[in-house]
Structure formats: C-alpha cells, structure tokens
Design a protein around this ligand. Sequence first.
Ligand code: BGC
Length: 987
Amino acid sequence: MNSSKLLLTLGTMLLAGLCSAAIVTKNLRCEYLRDPRGIDAANPRLSWITTSSRRGEMQTAYQVLVASSKKLIDGDKGDLWDSGKVASDESCQIAYAGKPLISREDCFWKIRTWDRDGNPGAWSQMAQWQMGLLQPTDWDAQWIIANPPTSTAAESLIIRHATYGAAESGGVVDVTAALADRVKDNHLNIVVNNTALGKDPASNVVKRLQVDYEMGGKVFKKEVNENQKLVLPEESESVWCLRKSFRANSSVQRAVLYATALGLYEVHINGKRVGDHVLAPDWTDYRKRVRYQAYDVTSLMKRGPNAITALLANGWFSGHIGNGGNQYFGKAPVFLAQLELTYADGRTERIATDASWKSHRSPILSSDFMLGEDYDARMEVKGWDKPGLNESTWLPVAVRDESFRRLEAQVTEPVRQICELKPKAVSEPKPGTWIYDLGQNMVGVVRLKVSAPAGTQVTLRHAEMLNPNGTLYTQNLRGAPSVDHYTCKGDGVEIWQPHFTFHGFRYVEISGLPSRPKDDAVTGIVIASDTTRTGEFACSDARVNQLQSNIQWGQRGNYVSVPTDCPQRDERLGWMGDAEVFIRTATYNADVAGFFTKWLVDVDDGQSAAGSFSDVNPNTMGGNGVPAWGDAGVICPWTIYEVYGDKRILEQHLPAMKKWVDYLLLHSDGLIRVKDRGDDYGDWLSIGANTPKDLIGTAFFAYSTHLLANSYRALGQEAEAEHYSQLFDDIKTAFNKRYVANDGRIEGNTQCGYAMALKFDLLPDDLRIKAAQYLEEDIKAKGGHLSTGFVGVSYLLPVLTQMGKADTAYELLLQDTFPSWLFSVKQGATTIWERWDGWTPEKGFQDPGMNSFNHYSLGSCGEYLFGGIGGIRPASPGFKTIRIDPVVCEGLNWASTRFDSIQGRIATSWKQEGKHFALEVTVPANTTATVYIPAQDTASITESGKPAAQAEGVKFLRQETGKAVFEVGSGTYKFTSENQAIGLSRF
Ligand code: BGC
C-alpha cells in the first residue's frame, strides 16, 4: 500500500471511528419469542438488547423497520412499519404500530439504536415473525378421529361381577358396585388399587382384580394386578395414525402447517418428523381454548406424491390427569391440521383434515401420562409416514364437530427434549431385573437400546428412590404406575422411546430380557417447557451449589406445559400455591415470561363467576378461594410485570385480579378472612408450627389488595389505585387489631406469621422491629431451624436480611440438620423434596400417600441466592434500574452470580478474604445500577485500582451504616474495600 492510500485508509477509519456508535443491538424477540410463527396479537411487542464496549452506554433513540419481504428489509425499507427515529431509552415491549397485519403475514424486522452521544449504531441482524390464523374462517380443516373408538363408544359396558383380593391367597371382597361406579359413558379407565376400589382387603400383599363384564352384548373376563391399569373398552387407549396422501403438481415454494389436537399429536411429512415439539399442544382448559402450532415445512415437501401422517394420543384431554381424573375433557382425542402450500407459480392449495383422511392402528398400543406407554414393534408398518404406501388396510376416519372450540396460537416455548443423561451405575437386585441409576432425579422418558428375539417384551419401571434392599421405591407414585413396555421385532439393535408419556424418575428398572442388557441400554431423555436458561449461581459452599442445582432441576421437571406440583405421582397439576411461591425464583433461573403469559390465561379461564380462583389450573378440581393458592392469580401477573416490565400482562389480567380481591372482600367478615376459604391448606407442610389459617387468609387478602393497587398505579389508573390502597390500609388495621398484641406478638407466634407480616408490610414501624426479633428468637429457640411450610418459606431469608438479621438468614440457609434446605442435600437429594422429612435416617420414607421427591415449592429460597447473596434485584420494573447489594456474611467467602435480564446480562462476583472485599459487577447497556459495597467508610474503596469516587462512570451517592453506595452505568466494574463482613443488606 503506498503512503497516500495508507493515509486515506487511516483517515476513513478515523472518521468511521468518530461517527460510528459503540452501541450494538441484538437478541431481537417478538412476544418474548425468537422468530415465532403463528402470532395472534394484533400489535405484537418487540424487544431487543443493546451492548457496548464502553461504560455508561445508553440508548437515546431507536428505529424499527418492519417489512413484508426479506428483500425490502435488506434494503432498509419498512413497508409495514418504519417507526422513524424515536427518542427513547425503551427497548422492551415496544408495540408494533404499523399497517394492520393480516392472517399469515410475514414480518421481517430490524432495529437500530442511537448511543448516548447521539450516534446511530449499525442495523441489527434481521429477525422475523409470522402472523397466525386470526379468524375462524381461516380454517378449512375439520376435526378428525380414527373410527373405532367412536363406534365402540356407543356400546354399553356392564360390570357383571368383580372381586378384589390377595393374589396368592385369602381376603377377597366383592367390588362389583365400586367398579360399576367408575364406569363413565361406557368407558372404564382406572388404576387398580385400594383407593380406586374403596377398600383394602389384605394389607401388605399384592392384590388382584377379577372382573366379568359385558360389552356390546358379549361377555368377557379379565384379571388385573394391583397398580396395573384396567381400560375398557381396551382399544380406547391406543394411539392411531391419521394419514393423507396427495400430489404436489409443481414445485412447492412455501409450505406452512397449522396443527393442533384435543389430545396430543406428532406429525410426519414424507417420512420426517415435523418440528421438535414434545407433547403438543400445551395443556389448556380445552373447554375455553385450544392452542395451535405453526410450522414451516417447506423443506419437507416434494414435487409429486407426498404424505402427511399424524399420531394422535389422549394426553391431558382424554387420558389420566391428576387426582383421579380420567377422560376429564373428553372421551377420545381429535386432530386438526391445515397444510398450506404455495407453488412456485403462485398457486395455493390447502391439504386440510377432513373425511378423506385414513386411519390405522399404530404400534403404540396404549399411552397415558400416569400409566405409561406400550409399544409393539412388530406392528410397525413399513413406510407408514412416507408417500407410496399401499393404504388398502387403512380405515376411514370420522369427522367430529368441535368447531365451537376457540383456537389460539401458541404463545410460549413448547415442551422439548432438553438434554440426555447417561447412566451412572447398574445393579441387579433380583435375577433378571436390572436397575440403572441416572444419577439425577429427572423428568422425561428413557431411550431404550436393546437387541432381543421378536416378541420379547421389555418392561421399564421408573422410580425416584430405591428401597433399602436396592429395589425400586414406587409406593409414592400412588396411582401412576409409570410402566412402559416395548415388544421387540427381533431385527438386531432396536432403539425406542415413548412418544406421549413422561415420568419423574432417577432409577429405571429393565426386565424381560433374556440376557444382561448393555450399559448403554438406557439413556434418560429430559423434557421440559423449553424456557431459556437465564441464571447461574455458585458460591464457596458446595452444598449450597447442590441446592441451587436441585432447585433448577425441580423447575425444569415441573415446568412441563403448566407449572405443576410434581411430575411423578398421579397428580402433576397446575397447583396455584406452588406456582405462586416459586415464581420469583423461577424468573432468575429461566425466562418464564412466555410460559406465564400462557398459563395465566388458563388461570383466568378457571376463575369462578363469583371471582374466586381455583386451586389448580387448568381447572380440573374445582376447589377455590384458598388463601395463598388463589392469590397466585394476582401475585404471578405482578411478578411478571416486575421482572419483565410487562404492562400488557397486567392490563390483560387486571379484571380477574380485581374480581378476586372483590371476592375476598365479600367473603370476609370485618376484613378478616374467617370464612369461605375453600379447602384451606394453611402453611402447607410446615413443621412443628401452626399458623392460624384465617390469619394467613387475612394477610394474603391484604397482600393481593396491595399488589392490585400497585398494578393500577403502574397502569396510570390513579383513582382505582387509591381505592385499593385505602382498602389495604383498612385490612392492615383490622389485621393488627385482630392478630397483633401491643408488644408485637402475632397470634400463633410462628415464623410464617412474622415473615408474612414483615413481607406484606402489615405492621406499624415500631412493631416491625419487634416482629423481626420474635422471628429470630423462634429460629434460635429451634436451634437455628426453620418451621415454615410452602407459604412462609420464601419470605424468611429476605425479611431477616431486610431487618438487619442477615447473619441469621445465613445460619438458616447453611443449616444442614433437620429441618433445613441442606438436610435433603446431605441425604443425596438431586431435586427439592415435597416435605422437609421425605426421608430421614431414623424413620426412612415419609407417608407414601404424599411423598414426592421433586416438588419445587420449598426451593423458593432460590430467589435469595440470586437477589440476596448474588445481590441482583430490580430497582424498577424490568430491571431498567438495578440494585446490586450482595449479602455478605460469615459462612461464604465468595459467590458468583449471573442473570440475563430482559435488558441484558447482569453479573456479580464477590470475594471476602479477611477484611478485604472484592466485587466485580457487570451492568447491561441502557440501564443504571446502584451498587452497595460493604464498607465502614468510603475512603478504602477502589474501582479498577483507583479511588472509587474518581473512577470513570462511578458516582458516589452516600455512605450508609456499613455500606457505601455508588451509582454506575453499564460496564464492568471491579470494586474493592476493606470492611467487616456484617451483612447489612436491605432486601
Ligand atoms: C400438591 C401440592 C399442593 C397441595 C395443596 C398437594 O397434593 O402436591 O403441592 O399445593 O396438594 O395443599
């Protein structure tokens, strides 16, 4: 390069450097999702994050372009919407404000932002979304079902005689009436056990049911062992294939499949699986709405013959769901699909489900969440999902009128396969029975890899724990036997995994094989709603790190389509109390905004006309009005608003939230919740403490009212905010009068009572100090142990810290004798247990009637790991301003925390060595943070080696007792101080 060219180049670079901004715009999302298809919202909301290599970066303006083609957006043209330059630092939930969008519309978009000096950054990468089918008239498809189940459904089922008794000898009782009682619409589907049959004729032995029944005029006999299923008519459990062959006469330029089911489906086109959803569609209250999915299937289409085939299973619609529900929403599953083709010449064609489809029994003989899946590989039909199949043995389908159902687009990440686990050990507790230990209590299925003669039936049983003799502990599964069967076809190595069931387990037992299976015969396939992981936490105590791992696994395993209580026994319901106590922790571990956007609609769907929220949602149990459970209908939307700055979720749910609070008002006496508390669960599973239930009810009444007032305020509805603030004050007065003594003692004198009163701001200032003192005294009196159940547990550590008692919070967290969080960790737990004493060395297993080893509720202390020890908390909704205030006490000497907020990554990493404290903190662009550094005075504090007050982008605000407070903009900062570890954080 000659010298003039060099000068020119340098000059250009310099100029570019001066003009170009340091700001980079990325992570574009529409309605919380990346490049989603099937958006129903008329004005979808767009979010992005900004990053920058320099400190104190702010977005001063943005421009959004939305175009109808890739070509236009590549040329920086927004024919659908060009926002122009908008002076704003907002980067989340920007509502689309362009031309009205129509069904199926493709929207390509990008963003540029201006930095703090007013320089524009480069355009972001392109992102896209596609509108869904907005009108019912967009659907040509008809709901279809395989023929046999409908024909048998009309035949009457009569139980002639049934006995139940010890399989080996004696103790037989007549259960004809009990069994006949379980017949519903000529169907019977039960797990044979004492609960289902109403008696236990011989305790401690395996029993058997013998039944004579009549169906369609014919008489049959059947025998079923205890804990096995009995399904009549037998084929109603089987999974059918639905298929349509068609020709594409010219080349397909674009193909989109819209599909859903009342039940579960899996679609294949030309031999390839469509999408990666598992257990689609998500569980909703089908009486109110069904979610459909949209897939781009262009790459699967062929010119000439094509075939689309679907497997259709019962799932939540017509299989077993929790607490005894079977065929709760309907008798048999139905499928709906519309494949929309656009040919290269512009012609369009639709292949929609209708009477012309064909059906065939699949090798999946039965599939059910609670019971498991049976597969006979000998029944596989070669080429079943490919074009060119001889369909002569395929049967017609029936069309069912379900047109009254409301179809809505998927608004959340689907359930997917998340990861795989290899076994850690294999044992053979009984000859011919092998148990594989996956080393982790997980949720999903097993992928089986075996080689055995045709007809060999392999049985897979699942359990979370082992009995002392090394066999599976399955009693706690109750009516969910969780048994899968695979019958080999006998042609070498066979690989199979269930399609439409899931289990909660760590141990898998294989039996039925003629010889010892190989070590790789079993792989654990973990499934979960695929919420993006946003948080990591580690500290100097390995036990606490295991606790955090247990919390995350608990979340993963219980966020399966809806937030469930547990994944293994015959329950797995969207329990409101569990969801409400854990949601704050959940928001740190993963981006759950979409997940709750979906579920909160189910919650409103379950609300009674009078305003009470039900105990579980989708609502399948009916119970309602329960304190702390019903309040999830207010607490959850509020939490999503606080964490993601989502005002639309508040707007959407405000009417239901108001109805709930008004219901509580009407169903209280003098503002005290002495009545109508449904199945009131109190401080569920507390240990050695009894918090009065009406007190809990009144405290939550106050809290929900307070959050409702805050919600109105956030939406600028001042008059309503004022009204409910006044109601909150009145409830507070009533609460104090009724439950609080002059010396600050709260009725019941329990940790839960004090923790709620402090967290919900129910006490006058002077009594707050007293309440904190009583709370601490009770913990000390119990030898540094907690006594709370689900309701109080999440508040303990935050309120202790807030009241200047962080040392006691640490003591509780690090306690490992019973009852405590680390007790189960010490026993080798890999998930959070339902009960503090699920298993103890002295007593062994708790009552198997209720003893899950994967319940996340007691893991709601996770919020404190991120927000307390990690010190990362929102100072305003959506983390637009951040509080960095790590709680540093004896017991831990370092902690490292990261949280990918909706604004971008926030991270802290601190170390305490003697009196020397070091904190590295990362703050995302376009936000500011207030940083609290433990220090007795400001003078000793440095940032990147300089006195902090002089460091670039660091502003000293004030010295508080034991803490120096600074304000910083974005960037990474390294603070040090010479302090005492005195734990004076506020929470
Ligand atoms: C569930 C809980 C739930 C509770 C109500 C249990 O059976 O597993 O987690 O919240 O019932 O008390």
